[in-house]
Design a protein around this ligand. Sequence first.
Ligand code: AVI
Length: 331
Amino acid sequence: MVISSTGLAAADRAECAVAYDSRLIDRDSVIELQRGFFSDQPSLPSKYFYDQSGSELFDEICELDEYYPTRTEASIMRECVDDMVDAIGSAGRLIEYGSGSSLKTRLLLEHMHPDVTYVPVDISGDYLEQVADNLRRDFPQRRIAPIAADFTRPFRLPSSEAAKSRDVVYFPGSTVGNFRPAFAATLLSQMRNQVGTGGGLLIGFDLQKDPAVLEAAYDDRRGVTALFNLNLLRHLNRVAGGNFNLNAYRHVALYNDRDHRIEMHLESCRDQQVTLAGRSRTLAKSQRILTELSHKYTVDGFTQMAAASGWKREQIWMDSNEYFAVGMFRS
Ligand code: AVI
């Protein structure tokens, strides 16, 4: 069988063409899905969490008692915003990777020097324009210059109009932890190249702590995270010709002590046959599909990873429990 350069057999490619709707999912994503799901240790990309209901469930997760990251980061931001805006400075741009609703950024927008331009970067162009319009209404003095881009791939930043401009990338929410270390390092290098020498990185990252606290945060009593995890299958049934039976999987969230990360899985409750994007496979009872990694760092470990990508630690802000950190790094 001839394997194409993308790793997908020619016959499979032909099969894919009829098995999914190209208005809902592009060919590269189908190839990515097939690579992950039809391997010995099946996995599915975390990006499929976030359809309309997944995004709503994620908002609900952020409000849960057990899920400490969102409110802890928000409290650090509130308490230390003056130091942060000093570190951002008075000329240049604040470039937010994966800005979404920009809700977390409103505090900075209220406090930052008026000459700092806000550049939200998000994959969803229409939503981005809508958010930018709302921000322009609420912050009429501030320049808002959105960029529609997938930040996990290299994208071009327009050259800055301001003289002596200093750009700062803002990456909140500990989203960096959802990438494997090698890819997180690639992303940090991409950010470093975008802002150049003297640029900054303001980034939120989650810290290592009692595994019981971590596992509760990703397996809450009300089962919201379980629904969020299962919703990924519902989403794939809709966009990628999946036939997952949502009642035949259970949510599992475990802390991996060696790699310092929460791993979310969907465990098959019985032997079953599944079709996705035109191909089928068997899942044995108790076999797990990996759906998400969420890495937890020490401040020193994160600093070393950032240093390998050209960033020097400037300041770290933490809550009193040392659950979460926001760092300012300089290139
Ligand atoms: C988006 N990301 C930082 C969340 C996390 O904590 O890793 C996603 C999440 N998954 C389950 N709960 C929250």
